[in-house]
Design a protein around this ligand. Structure first.
Ligand code: NAD
Length: 439
């Protein structure tokens, strides 16, 4: 779906008019294309005294071929805040970002590294580490020009497992992800990742893949070398076959709400591929009405497709997942902030967050991770059907002044699916351009 305002605001005459009227100019986001370098210039890495991540992150960035000196313009500012143990210790953050805010190039990245408050050794330290959220979220709202800002909490002992997340956040793959808090935990070992073909040898299932976000997820996972099984309802069979042909994948026509869907799916995956490594629960529906006007059918259908079917499919597929398996569920910012006319949808999508958070510790001993991505306003048929005013509000009320693209959700899922992301579990990552509504 095209965003005519963004095209106009970035055209010659449009730019001048939009500026005169004081309207936002949506920046052209730096998105990933195969062969792109990780970053567009040198990265400044600094930190507060006593931090534990400078060494491992410096080593990781050097191996990734990132220049750590140069300037005066930087493509990313990375600050190791793990040495901060009290409120007074927050001052170096001011010094660093005050001095360097203007040296970040358009589409640049800010990453602050901290210690999860729950893993801190004193209340003062936990307080200071929690304070980092306010800093990063505000920088995301302040910097503009397509820049993003994130806080990455790295558990003590997980210092060597930041690669996959750092690469995602620095690259154009995270173009529409900003203001997020990501937690990296300890893992017993993290297999070496071939960064060009991270999903080589993996079998991935993507539900609801005939169109929109699901089709984009299938394309990106196939680009990253997974064998992809695309699933959708029989009525979407033709579109599904087109996606499968395009990516050399396997199309499976199945309504997920059928009682036999979990067993049919497990049997198909085993007979055709012998296994499944990555499960992406993307299929979803809306049946919007205020709760007073909503029928019981509208409530039940949304809860069943968006939430209960994920639980039933998990029950059937978790026993098939090997060590290194991945489950990624698509939630929504509506499930975080709530949305008028979407009690059923927001309930189902908040439930997805509960599912991921409650299952993460249960699956950890099996070496399986489970995470959720929560898209905000993404340019798809679902959002094209919204009334004009609501659509424009959704597009502009975020730090990027524009909607995201299906590929932005897909890239986030590909990062979570990668072998190097073994330490990332139980996370909920919004792909919303830092939407102004909700936490
Ligand atoms: P879409 O309607 O374009 O695609 C959803 C797909 O799911 C369709 O192909 C549909 O046929 C399939 N599906 C529905 N019920 C099914 C069932 N019972 N069995 C099998 N397949 C079924 O939607 P989209 O915009 O691409 O959204 C994809 C996911 O992202 C959904 O979970 C949606 O809730 C979520 N999401 C979308 C947005 C957005 O802005 N578009 C925002 C937040 C979350």
């Amino acid at each position: 779906m095209s965003d005519r305002y963004a095209s106009f605001a970035n055209s010659g005459p449009g730019r001048a008019l939009v500026k005169r009227l004081g309207l936002p100019t949506p920046p052209v986001l730096r998105r990933y294309h195969p062969g792109d370098p990780l970053v567009t210039g040198p990265v400044m890495l600094a930190g507060a005294p006593g931090g534990r991540l400078d060494g491992p992150v410096r080593k990781m960035l050097t191996i990734a071929g990132v220049a750590l000196d140069g300037g005066p313009r930087w493509s990313a500012l990375v600050f190791d805040a793990t040495g901060i143990v009290d409120a007074a210790g927050l001052h170096p953050l001011y010094e660093f970002f005050h001095a360097n805010a203007r040296s970040l190039t358009a589409g640049g990245r800010v990453i602050v590294l901290g210690t999860p408050p729950a893993a801190c050794s004193s209340p003062r330290e936990a307080t200071a580490q929690r304070a980092l959220e306010g800093l990063t979220r505000s920088i995301g709202k302040e910097f503009g020009r397509g820049m993003t800002a994130q806080l990455v909490y790295v558990e003590p002992g997980a210092e060597e497992f930041t690669d996959s997340t750092m690469r995602f956040l620095l690259s154009g793959r995270s173009a529409y992800v900003s203001g997020q808090v990501i937690r990296i935990g300890q893992v017993s070992s993290s297999p070496l990742t071939d960064w060009d073909h991270p999903l080589e040898g993996k079998v991935a299932l993507v539900t609801g893949a005939a169109q929109g976000i699901g089709a984009a997820i299938a394309r990106v996972l196939a680009r990253d070398c997974a064998r992809v099984v695309v699933l959708d309802v029989p009525a979407a069979g033709e579109a599904l076959a087109r996606v499968a042909n395009e990516i050399g994948g396997h199309a499976l026509q199945l309504d997920l709400t059928r009682p036999d869907a979990p067993s049919t799916l497990a049997a198909q995956l085993l007979s055709r591929h012998g296994k499944v490594d990555i499960v992406v629960h993307n299929a979803g529906i809306t049946r919007d009405k205020t709760i007073a006007k909503m029928s019981a059918e509208q409530w039940d259908a949304v809860i069943d497709v968006n939430l209960a079917s994920q639980e039933r499919i998990n029950d059937a597929l978790i026993p098939l997942l090997p060590e290194g398996g991945r489950i990624i569920s698509v939630s929504s910012t509506s499930g975080i902030a709530g949305n008028r006319g979407q009690t059923n949808y927001a309930t189902s999508k908040a439930g997805v967050i509960g599912l991921v958070q409650s299952m993460a510790p249960i699956l950890a001993p099996q070496g399986v991770t489970i995470n959720a991505v929560a898209p905000g306003f993404i340019e798809t048929r679902m959002t094209a059907r919204m009334p004009l005013a609501a659509r424009e509000v959704g597009r502009r009320m975020n730090s990027m002044s524009q909607g995201g693209l299906p590929v932005d959700v897909a890239e986030t899922i590909a990062w979570l699916a990668a072998p190097g992301s073994a330490g990332v579990t139980g996370n909920v990552v919004r792909v919303c351009g830092q939407m102004w509504l909700g936490a």
